[in-house]
Write a protein that binds this ligand. Structure first.
Ligand code: ZN
Length: 465
């Protein structure tokens, strides 16, 4: 680049403006919705679409974090102070919009956004585009702080589950809050059915709380009261210990919702660990809002630990650690799911009358996150974030023979500078934009990360503004 005198002065002015902007944003950051744009020139072509990912900006349990709707992919992530940020990408014009701050989270405000010990990460946004094109986010909840009143379905936690919606359809620049769901939720998950009915699933409080859903038939403008489906209670045979759950929900075939979940024996004080056990599966018929086992046995809700073990447990981990994965249903209604099983990744699928279990990644891969894509009943693909030989990568794994053998494809993106965390698959995804990924730098105490939108051809580029 050749510097001229005028370009030098433009540069100086730009730096001064940026500095004053920085000072202002430090002062008013908490309630200012203006965002500094990425600093790059018109000629740049960036692999990332934003550089203000914060903490662990994306994960699969708050989901979906993105949706493809009428030619545009909308994505959300956790930004500075754990506030929710939104960008959009038009696949035809290749134009990016955002990031826009869509609301102010009750989490992540004290004392400093740069202190990793204070990062809660529970308030990550889940995104939904309703039938009229309005964009919705749910975010900021970790069970609800005590100022929100009593929790009749569990115990209080932190933060506040908040629901915001774009002021106009297809426009992510302005947002307003809707106070129409319980503020006591965490692990918020949207399930938008093909018929337009919207279910919001979440845990209604901290560990010792029921999992519930709220249902809307008017594009998330009003919701029915929470309905409990997984019950917390005193654990049988354990003093001062409770039954607790982690769950994941997704639309299945034929107007159903499928769920995979695992169990947490929630101890008190020094007896508390993060250990989670076993794997379970159940299905909801949304025509009757009733739940059943894989064998079609009706379930009494909310489900207790004893009933879950008897009727819907698919894997007994025998006291060993299991971590929740995701679930998808194929066109015949057969579920496919995965879970972390110690160091391995177990893939389970239902075939005729039994569950098949197979391992996906070999031991040489350090696993971070994954989701399952079912292109049709014969093609099962697994999009993973993992680390091998100190190189982080996002890659597809392809199954043959019902998941007995898995082959890794050429990675879509790799990094030696950081690790990748990824969202679940974007809803209704365009093949060019399957997943949202944050690259968390390897540097100690790093809290800011670059955000990528990655599809079958690698990252979606962002050109100059
Ligand atoms: Zn617990």
């Amino acid at each position: 680049m050749i510097y001229t005198k005028s370009s030098f002065y433009v540069g100086v002015i730009a730096v001064v403006l940026l500095m004053s902007n920085f000072i202002n944003s430090s002062k008013n950051e908490a309630n200012d919705t203006r965002i500094n744009p990425l600093i790059h020139s018109q000629a740049d072509s960036l692999d990332y679409f934003a550089d203000n990912g914060f903490g662990k900006p994306v994960q699969s349990i708050q989901h979906p974090m993105g949706e493809y709707f009428k030619g545009v992919t909308y994505v959300a992530y956790q930004g500075p102070h754990e506030d929710p940020y939104v960008c959009s990408y038009n696949h035809q014009t290749k134009e990016w919009k955002g990031p826009f701050k869509a609301g102010i989270s009750a989490l992540g405000k004290t004392p400093l956004s740069t202190d990793p010990d204070e990062i809660d990460n529970h308030g990550r946004p889940a995104l939904l585009v309703d039938g009229e094109g309005y964009i919705h986010l749910i975010f900021g909840g970790h069970g609800g702080h005590r100022g929100l009143g009593a929790n009749t379905l569990g115990t209080m936690g932190r933060g506040e589950q908040m629901h915001v919606v774009s002021k106009s359809p297809y426009d992510i620049s302005e947002w307003e809050q809707l106070r129409n769901v319980s503020p006591l939720g965490t692990y918020s998950q949207w399930v938008k059915m093909s018929n337009g009915t919207i279910y919001l699933f979440y845990r209604h409080g901290s560990h010792r709380s029921n999992w519930v859903y709220q249902k809307s038939t008017d594009n998330a403008r009003t919701f029915a009261a929470p309905v409990s489906i997984l019950k917390y209670k005193k654990a049988e045979g354990h003093a001062f210990t409770s039954d607790s759950w982690y769950a994941w929900f997704q639309e299945g075939a034929n107007n159903s919702i499928v769920s995979t979940f695992n169990y947490h024996l929630c101890g008190t004080g020094e007896n508390h660990t993060s250990l989670r056990l076993n794997s379970y599966y159940m299905k909801m018929n949304t025509e009757t809002d009733t739940w059943e086992s894989i064998m079609g046995k009706k379930l009494d809700m909310p489900l207790t630990k004893e009933s879950a073990d008897e009727l819907v447990q698919i894997y007994d981990s025998k006291g060993k650690s299991v971590r929740l994965g995701t679930i998808r249903s194929d066109s015949k209604g057969n579920p496919h799911l995965y879970f972390r099983n110690n160091a391995n990744i177990s893939y389970a699928n239902w075939e005729s009358d039994k569950w098949n279990f197979n391992e996906v990644l070999g031991q040489k891969f350090k696993f971070e996150e994954a989701d399952i894509l079912i292109a049709n009943t014969n093609e099962i693909r697994f999009l993973t974030s993992s680390i091998m030989n100190n190189t982080a990568e996002i890659a597809w794994w392809q199954a043959d023979e019902n998941g007995k053998n898995w082959t890794k494809e050429t990675p879509l993106v790799t990094s030696k500078n950081g690790k990748y965390v990824m969202s679940s698959l974007i809803r209704n995804a365009h093949p060019d934009a399957r997943v949202i990924v944050a690259e968390i730098p390897n540097t100690p105490m790093a809290v800011d990360s670059k955000m990528y939108l990655i599809g079958d051809h690698g990252p979606v580029k962002r050109f100059g503004f």
